[in-house]
Design a protein around this ligand. Structure first.
Ligand code: AMP
Ligand code: MG
Length: 401
């Protein structure tokens, strides 16, 4: 059986070769999208010398400490003044500076008597003080936001300043999510006897949306070969770039999802990797009319499939879309952890911070079925293949989730 790293490398390779395509989006909808073009400033920013403060603009001279106020310029209401050395204009932050001025004294540094402004004692002034020069932010033609940036609010503001009302972005991945299992009943039904509510497709669709992609919820089907096949075929014929199924990929009698994938032309890349939870995960691809679809058949255990998403799929989406990388930290274990096999373990934990140091507890149930407890955890403790029974006080790697 392949290791987690080998499995991850195989997925990574397919993601790298996945052709996503681009689309145009209005600026209002561009936050948390990945820009697919370099954006250069179409004007100098700022496009004129302007005042950094509210105060008086003067023609600088070392010998002069009081000025007659002869006018006023507010932001957006420029008027040219030809000042003499003992004259000043009141000026507001962001207002354009007249040619004749070469310093701005802030309000708090002078007193005003009638029309005379007088420097307070002890205040030093310098030529060019409080002037933001033209193009000091960025010059016309310079790149303000570069291609492949995952756009945050600051980038959106910069794009607006560069005159963009729409931008080219990477298309979102469309991810079809389908759950399978005979035990499943809809969320709005009360599970009777040996039935359980189908939760996986909701969790995974949300996981897809939380990395800013499009989740398409195909609901669930019971373990009937024909029905499962029809539904999987529907996802494979859809626009989806990724197909994620849960359940039916293990070695049970009714685990025929793999067989269905094969019958529908999906090429298996791996089945089962040496990790916990989620050992039975399947990964394959389908090449269809020049377009590639990645196919993940994840275990039905609710925790396994969510953890598999976090450790197999999410890091690849993050990389592909240039998102800020996963939050990884080191933390001190607050309890002993049992691990006596050579699998890569992703243990559910709760991280807390105390005096700039992280601590992590794994004293929540580790059963792959315990979803409610899992929803209260906030990290995965990553234990490498060669780690054995780490003890309270040991430092461990954690992925914040
Ligand atoms: P399987 O991988 O099909 O053998 O399922 C493993 C376990 O996960 C079983 O205990 C199932 O009851 C549970 N399970 C399977 N599918 C789902 C689902 N969609 N939602 C919640 N639990 C599920
Ligand atoms: Mg099953």
């Amino acid at each position: 059986m392949i290791s987690y790293s080998e499995a991850f490398a195989l997925i990574e390779k397919e993601f790298a070769e996945l052709n996503i395509g681009t689309e145009i989006t209005p600026l209002e909808l561009a936050v948390n999208r990945t820009i697919a073009e370099d954006i250069a400033a179409d004007v100098n920013l700022p496009s004129f010398d302007n005042s950094a403060v509210d105060g008086v603009a003067i023609k600088f001279s070392e010998k002069i400490a009081s000025w007659k106020i002869v006018g006023e310029i507010s932001a957006g209401n420029f008027k040219e003044y030809s000042l003499r050395e003992n004259e000043a204009v009141r000026i507001m932050t962001g207002a354009r500076i007249p040619e004749s001025c070469d310093a701005v004294i802030p309000l708090e540094d002078y007193d005003v008597e009638g029309t005379i402004s007088r420097l307070k004692s002890g205040v030093k002034i310098k030529r060019r003080m409080n002037i933001r020069p033209k193009a000091s932010d960025i010059s016309k033609g310079e790149i303000a936001v570069s291609k492949n940036t995952f756009l945050n609010a600051r980038n959106i503001a910069a794009l607006a300043a560069c005159g963009r009302t729409e931008v080219k972005v990477l298309k979102k991945l469309k991810c079809a999510v389908l759950a399978t299992g005979d035990e499943l009943v809809p969320v709005n039904a009360k599970p009777e006897g040996d039935k359980i509510r189908a939760s996986n497709h909701f969790g995974l669709t949300a996981a897809v949306e939380s990395v800013f992609q499009t989740g398409i919820n195909y609901g669930f089907v019971n373990d009937n070969y024909v029905e499962v096949k029809e539904k999987i075929e529907e996802t494979l014929n859809s626009e989806a770039d990724l197909i994620i199924t849960t359940g039916g990929v293990s070695v049970g009698k009714y685990d025929f999802v793999k067989e269905i994938f094969a019958n529908l032309g999906v090429e298996e890349i791996f089945w089962r990797a040496y990790i916990k939870p989620g050992k039975p995960a399947y990964f394959g691809k389908l090449q269809k009319s020049g377009k590639k679809k990645l196919v993940f058949g994840l275990a039905g255990n609710p925790v396994s499939c969510m953890v598999n998403f976090d450790v197999y799929i999410k890091p690849n989406i993050v990389r592909k879309y240039g998102m800020p990388s996963l939050n990884r930290i080191e933390a001190e274990l607050l309890n002993d952890v049992r691990k006596h096999d050579g699998k890569r373990h992703f243990v559910r934990g709760t991280v807390s911070k105390n005096n700039e140091k992280y601590f992590v507890s794994s004293q929540i149930s580790q059963s792959s079925g315990n979803l409610a407890r899992f929803s209260q955890s906030n990290c995965l403790i990553e234990l490498d293949e060669d780690a054995r029974n780490p003890r309270k006080g040991d430092n461990v790697k954690c992925i914040l989730i």
